[in-house]
Ligand binder design. Structure first.
Ligand code: C2E
Ligand code: MG
Ligand code: MG
Ligand code: MG
Length: 274
C-alpha cells in the first residue's frame, strides 16, 4: 500500500502485512459487537423517475459508526462479514431496519414509496432467507411489492440452482428482484435470462463517461433496449451530472440514482429533502 521501500524492502513488506492482518482481526472482533451495540446505521439514497423529479423510494445502504474509526463504508466491512458468516445477522438487521423505516414513511403519508435492500450472495446459502423475508414483511405490515432485493451475480453464489429456486420463492411472494451492477463482474446474458428479475441496474461504470464516450453510450442504449424487450425496469446508478440525467431519460431509462439527484443520507435528511 506504500511506495516507501525503506532499507530492507522485504522486512517492511512482511511487517506491513502483519499490521494489516492485526487490524483486520481487530475490526472483525469489533464487528461482532457492532449489531448488539447498535453501531450499524442505514443511509438511504433516493430513486427518482427519470422523466421528472419524483422520488419513488430509496435504496438502503449500510454504514458502521465505529467508536474510534468513525463512519465506515460498507466496502471496509462487508467482505469481512461475508468471509466470517457475520453477513447473516448483519443482513437480517439491515432488512429489519429498512422495513421499519419504510413502515414509518408509509405511516407518514408516503405510502407508495418502495425500499431496495442489497443482498449478499452468501445470504442465498442460508436456508431461511425466504422465511426471514416473509417474517420481516409481516412484522412491519408491508406488502411484498414494496420491497426490492438487489443481487449481483458472483462466484460466491455457490449453488446457482438453489439460489435461483430461492429467487423464485421471493418473486412468488411478490418481492421484486433487481440485478445490481449489471454489465460488470460476472453478470452475463445467460444469468439475465435465468433470473426472475423485474429490475436491471446499469453499473455506474457505464454512466460516468456516457456523454463523451460513444462506446459507453452504445452499451447503455443496448442494455436499455435489452431490458425493455425483457420487460424489466431499467435503473441507472451513479448519475452525477444534469447532462447524464437528460441523456439517460432520452435513452428511455426508467429510474435514476446518483449524487446529482440525491446522495445517501440518514432517514431524517431523506424526509427533509423529499
Ligand atoms: P451498490 O449497491 O451498487 O450501491 C451503490 C454505491 O454507489 C453506494 O456506495 C452509493 O453510495 C454509491 N453511489 C451512489 N450514487 C453515486 C454517484 O453518483 N457517484 C458515485 N461515485 N457513487 C455513487 P456504498 O454505500 O459505499 O455501498 C457500496 C456497496 O456496498 C453497495 O454497492 C453494495 O454492494 C454494498 N452494500 C451496501 N449496503 C449493503 C447491505 O446492507 N448489504 C450488503 N450485502 N451489501 C451492501
Ligand atoms: Mg445496490
Ligand atoms: Mg450498484
Ligand atoms: Mg456496487
Amino acid at each position: 500500500h506504500t511506495k516507501d521501500t525503506g532499507r530492507n524492502g522485504y522486512t517492511f513488506f512482511t511487517e506491513s502485512l502483519q499490521v494489516t492482518a492485526n487490524r483486520q482481526l481487530r475490526l472483525l472482533q469489533d464487528l461482532r459487537r457492532a449489531i448488539p451495540r447498535g453501531e450499524l446505521v442505514l443511509h438511504y439514497q433516493p430513486k427518482f423517475l427519470a422523466a421528472g423529479s419524483d422520488i419513488i423510494g430509496a435504496e438502503a445502504l449500510v454504514r458502521w459508526q465505529h467508536p474510534e474509526l468513525g463512519l465506515l463504508s460498507p466496502d471496509t466491512f462487508i467482505p469481512m462479514a461475508e468471509r466470517s458468516g457475520l453477513i447473516l445477522p448483519l443482513g437480517e438487521w439491515v432488512l429489519d431496519a429498512a422495513c421499519a423505516q419504510l413502515r414509518a414513511w408509509h405511516d407518514a403519508g408516503h405510502d407508495s414509496w418502495t425500499m431496495s435492500v442489497n443482498l449478499s450472495p452468501v445470504q442465498f446459502a442460508s436456508s431461511n432467507l425466504l422465511d426471514t423475508v416473509r417474517d420481516t414483511l409481516a412484522k412491519h405490515q408491508l406488502e411484498a411489492r414494496f420491497l426490492t432485493l438487489e443481487v449481483t451475480e458472483t462466484t460466491a453464489m455457490k449453488d446457482v440452482e438453489a439460489s435461483l429456486q430461492i429467487l423464485h420463492g421471493l418473486t412468488d411472494m411478490g418481492v421484486h428482484i433487481s440485478i445490481d451492477d449489471f454489465g460488470t463482474g460476472y453478470s452475463s446474458l445467460l444469468y439475465l435470462k435465468r433470473m426472475p428479475a423485474t429490475e436491471l441496474k446499469i453499473d455506474r461504470a457505464f454512466v460516468r463517461e456516457l456523454e463523451d464516450n460513444s462506446e459507453d453510450a452504445a452499451i447503455v442504449s443496448s442494455i436499455i433496449a435489452l431490458g425493455r424487450s425483457l420487460q424489466l425496469r431499467i435503473v441507472a446508478e451513479g448519475v452525477e451530472t444534469a447532462g447524464q440525467q437528460q441523456y439517460l431519460n432520452k435513452l428511455g431509462c426508467d429510474l435514476l440514482q446518483g449524487y446529482h439527484l440525491g446522495k445517501p443520507m440518514d432517514a431524517e435528511a431523506f424526509l427533509r429533502n423529499a
